[in-house]
Design a protein around this ligand. Structure first.
Ligand code: UD1
Ligand code: CA
Length: 459
């Protein structure tokens, strides 16, 4: 039986109370991954023949997020989830198969749960199976209304609940598997005759029941898995849950996380065993970290590849490749394709941008090095700056193997500092320094005997 999947992602998300008109709720990120992308990633392993995302409000931002994995269908006006699914009719109407409809705002639902819903659908021989939860506080959710025999006859939306329905604790999680043909047939008959004045997708349920089609439920015990993100409080609750889930997986694979609460690791990050993550770290994007590292406290690492046995203390690394056995930080900031070989020592308020650092190099204090090559075992003194930008172009500085750059020097690029050379402290270097040479690029000092007292007005 063919499977189809539809993700509802066109709604405005008014409860997010955003002032921006260009972003949809489903593009709000959790751990760097947009809400709707969590749903896409969980659905992918189910092998649906077509994966369709319906976008609308803020669609220009939603589109690039979904289009890599999904066919995109627009709902130009947001007249309810039922109306959203009607927009898919040209693609799916009349086809034999099962269609799963998911909300783009339930990021905690796992592949296993989606699979469980399909399994229940098939085992029950149902035409429609609804994912449900029984909640202590059902307010806000659509309620599952059953007849005296226990058959589902309706989903009643919160806004349409009377006192009786308000008490029902069994709620709609917003995920359904439908017989595809019957779904699109029923959508012809739903109306906007309800408290919200919208085409409710959930009205299809009553139509199925009235037609005598078998409607079943698949109950999920843990509401932490089915919760919808409608406001920013729920966004934070969902984030806390996903964070704990990801951290737990890393811990069970051999990573030490000292304080899970303050550790934020993105869903695509890979970390090797015996690495220790100290409190206060953000590790995001496509980062891959090897074994036996000590990271943090307080480091931000995004889109980096990090080898093994490094010590990365309180640093900010973005788009950086780090080899093995390096000592980085505290307060080291590296970015834009910087690569660091092995056995280097870099830190204490240094910023490196687009630099190749060869093994054994050192920069311990207060430097800006940009668009440069720092040779093997080179030593960069305190306060060294590469003047890489002349106001028009970025230029390269090359520092040779074993070179010693004295404190507070400015290397005005483009410039080459030779191997085993020395740059005297306080120099402004505008010309290449040959291998082995010592360069003095500063004015000579004069001492005036006895003058200090007069200048300090102590006479
Ligand atoms: C919905 C269900 C409710 C269920 C709850 C579970 C309906 C009518 N109600 O309520 O029974 O208990 O989810 O979390 O479905 N959307 C569109 N186009 C629209 C309107 C909405 O694509 O015109 C999308 C939204 O982007 C969202 C989804 O439909 O992903 C659900 O909409 P939302 O407003 O969040 O519905 P709830 O009030 O949470
Ligand atoms: Ca919702």
């Amino acid at each position: 039986m063919d499977r189809y999947a539809i993700i509802l992602a066109a709604g405005k998300g008014s409860r997010m109370k955003s002032r921006r008109e260009d972003i949809s709720k489903v593009s709000f990120p959790i751990l760097g991954r947009p809400l709707v992308k969590w749903i896409i990633e969980a659905l992918k392993p189910l092998g649906a023949k077509r994966l369709i995302a319906i976008i609308g409000f803020g669609g220009a931002t939603s589109k690039p997020i979904v289009e890599e994995d999904c066919e995109v269908v627009w709902q130009r006006e947001q007249k309810g989830a039922g109306h959203a699914v009607m927009q898919v009719a040209p693609l799916l109407e009349g086809k034999e198969g099962q269609t799963i409809i998911c909300c783009g705002d339930t990021p905690l639902i796992t592949t296993d749960l989606y699979q469980g819903l399909f399994d229940a659908h098939e085992a029950g021989g149902n035409s429609l199976t609804i994912m449900t939860s029984v909640l202590e506080e059902p307010h806000g959710y659509g309620r599952i209304v059953r007849d005296a025999k226990g058959n589902v006859i309706q989903i009643r939306e919160q806004k349409d609940c009377d006192e009786e329905a308000e008490k029902i604790r069994e709620v709609n999680a917003g995920v359904y598997v439908f017989d595809n043909k019957e779904l699109f047939e029923a959508l012809h008959h739903i109306t906007t005759n309800n408290a919200a004045g919208e085409y409710y997708l959930t009205d299809v349920i009553e139509l199925f029941a009235k037609k005598g089609l078998k409607v079943g439920t698949f109950e999920v015990a843990d509401i932490d898995e089915t919760m919808g993100v409608n406001d920013r409080y729920q966004l934070s609750v969902a984030e806390a849950n996903l964070k704990a889930r990801i951290n737990r997986e890393h811990m069970l694979r051999g990573v030490t996380i000292e304080d899970s609460d303050s550790t934020f690791i993105g869903p695509d990050v890979v970390i090797g065993a015996d690495t220790i993550i100290r409190p206060g770290c953000y590790i995001m994007g496509e980062t891959v970290i090897g074994e036996g590292n000590i990271i943090g406290p307080n480091s931000y690492i995004e889109n980096c590849v990090i080898g093994s046995e490094n010590h990365i203390l309180s640093s900010w690394l973005n788009d950086v490749v780090v080899g093995d056995d390096n000592q980085i930080g505290p307060y080291f900031h590296a970015r834009c394709g910087t690569t660091i070989a092995s056995h280097t020592s870099l830190g204490n308020f240094c910023e490196f941008k687009n630099v190749r650092v060869d093994s054994g190099a050192k920069a311990h204090h207060l430097s800006y090095i940009g668009d440069a090559i720092v040779g093997e075992d080179a030593n960069i003194g305190c306060g060294v700056i590469t003047a890489n930008f002349d106001g028009v172009n970025k230029n390269i500085t090359t520092i040779g193997k074993g070179a010693f750059i004295g404190c507070d020097s400015v290397l005005v690029a483009p410039v080459e500092i030779g191997k085993e050379s020395l740059v005297a402290a306080g120099s402004v270097i505008t010309e290449n320094v040959p291998d082995g040479a010592a360069a003095f690029g500063r004015s000579r000092q004069t001492n005036k005997p006895g003058t200090a007292k007069r200048l300090l007005k102590k006479d």
